[in-house]
Design a binder for this molecule. Structure first.
Ligand SMILES: [Zn+2]
Length: 395
């Protein structure tokens, strides 16, 4: 076999262990071998000397709205490519562009822009498919979603949306809404991941949705119900169901701000690394200097101020979005969540790949996998990002 590239002298993070001074061989964009010594290599092989740094599977972000000043709802291909490049420079090799609730016209435009962006994306994180965040959400848990677009799932509408594109990979919804269970069934039939988000569901409503095929929770702890009391009676909510049902997976904005250290420790202890994906849920200001920015649309979005590593409303009364990047998530869960480097990387690569059913080719450094690889130092500073065997970023 003709080896194209060899990454040598790396602490290679494999699914089972970290191989010190390991070697990863790449051919035709795939990982063809992972070794603990350097084999005899031909003169034509491109050598990447990792110099004792970590060599990890590329990061996979299931939920991001933007970065580098651009948002996926900006309505142009250049915005997609800017976000993809900025996230790649922070170690992400695969991401799921996430929409905000909007008019259907704007959504349909996004479908076309997505297609064009996939064709033109040469040096950014790959696009795994769209994540539709809304519009079937609870008005009581709307967060930064525009309330005026929130509604109940109607078959005429969602079938029309589904029939316009094959690019939807996941869809977040509030399972307590009338018609939600039928909708979840349709998503399951189509192989689209149904997730609960911006929801006020009770434990029992979540249980029903789970039985219909909803298996994932969107930004765990943000915009979801916990225990409530109604006329003296106590009701468990989405959070409790997330902990109760082992097969439910969750995603967390592990920027250390949206989910504080105490809760990071709780969720990693109870759910475990196999059930947790780290997400950025980043807005356009991710990867940019702090200061003023805009959440959502450039023409009629919400003005925000970015400071202390998070976006806030101008009066600082509430958070208004994350500016996290994947490297920061890994760094944060190690420091604030009491997990090992190996586990942190697992939650940023292998687990999200499995949640999206792309783990047959993504999320691991193992023979046969796509050569999506990131090299970083002890501080998780990204030194090099490789996608399908091609370097797209070097520090
Ligand atoms: Zn989001």
């Amino acid at each position: 076999m003709n080896i194209d590239c060899a990454i040598i002298h790396g602490n290679v993070i494999t699914p089972s262990r970290i191989i010190e001074q390991g070697c990863v061989l790449i051919a035709d964009g795939k990982i063809v071998d992972v070794l603990d010594t350097i084999p005899r290599l031909g003169e034509t092989v491109d050598i990447i000397d990792a110099k004792g740094n970590y060599v990890a599977p590329g990061f996979i972000d299931l939920h991001t709205h933007g970065a580098g000043g651009a948002d996926f709802m900006d309505g142009n291909t250049a915005a997609y490519l800017t976000v993809a490049r900025m996230h790649a420079s922070h170690g992400t090799t695969l991401l799921y562009p996430t929409t905000l609730t909007s008019s259907n016209e704007l959504l349909y435009e996004t479908f076309e822009t997505y297609q064009d962006a996939v064709r033109n994306n040469k040096d950014g994180a790959q696009f795994g498919g769209l994540h539709l965040e809304g519009p079937y959400f609870s008005p009581f848990q709307s967060g930064a979603q525009d309330k005026c677009y929130l509604r109940n799932p109607q078959p005429e509408e969602y079938m029309e949306i589904l029939n316009r594109t094959d690019d939807i990979a996941r869809w977040s919804l509030a399972p307590e809404l009338p018609g939600a269970n039928a909708f979840v069934n349709v998503l399951r039939e189509r192989g689209i991941l149904a997730a609960a988000g911006h929801t006020n569901a009770t434990f029992e409503e979540m249980q029903e949705a789970y039985q219909n095929g909803l298996t994932h929770l969107t930004h765990f702890y943000s915009c979801m119900s916990s225990i409530t009391r109604r006329n003296a009676y106590r009701y468990a909510g989405v959070l409790e169901f997330g902990y109760y049902e082992d097969d439910i997976t969750v995603e967390i904005i592990a920027d250390g701000i949206h989910v504080p250290s105490s809760l990071l420790k709780l969720v990693t202890k109870i759910k475990g690394v196999e059930r947790i994906a780290l997400i950025t849920d980043s807005m356009r200001a991710a990867g940019m200097p702090e200061g003023k920015s805009i959440l959502g649309s450039l023409t009629n979005g919400q003005e925000v101020i970015v400071e202390d590593g998070v976006a806030k409303l101008p009066d600082r009364s509430a958070f208004a979005g994350s500016v996290a990047t994947a490297d920061r998530l890994v760094r944060t869960v190690i420091r604030e969540g009491n997990v090992t480097l190996h586990d942190a990387v697992h939650m940023m690569s292998e687990t999200p790949a499995r949640i999206m059913h792309v783990d047959d080719r993504k999320g691991k450094i193992r023979k046969g996998m796509d050569a999506d690889i990131v090299v970083f130092d002890n501080n998780i500073t990204i030194l090099q990002t490789i996608i399908n065997g091609t370097t797209v970023y070097t520090r």
